[in-house]
Design a protein. Structure first.
Length: 94
């Protein structure tokens, strides 16, 4: 059966096995190298209140929050896009 992608959808290289993580949306247990991890800045303060306080000179801290998603959830939320078949695996002809 032909391969859809050269790396089989993973980025582990020649490691063998890798640990598993839970998807932050659906809770599925997926390999760490296959998970789509996104880091976003999170502020516990309401955005309107934060902009007012920043205008007055206050410093509002933002914290990085990393979330890992399985492929299904990442595609559903638009974090990654489905690529065309030609882009998935580059075939080099001699």
């Amino acid at each position: 059966m032909p391969k859809k992608r050269e790396n089989r959808g993973r980025r582990k290289g020649d490691k063998g096995s890798v640990s598993r993580v839970h998807c932050d949306n659906c809770g599925a247990l997926i390999p760490e190298d296959k998970a789509v991890c996104v880091t976003r800045m999170y502020s516990p303060v309401d955005p309107q209140l934060a902009s007012e306080l920043e205008r007055k000179g206050a410093i509002i801290m933002r914290y990085p929050v990393t979330k890992c998603y399985c492929i299904n959830c990442a595609i559903f939320y638009g974090i990654i896009k489905v690529r065309a078949e030609e882009e998935r695996k580059k075939i080099t002809k001699l």
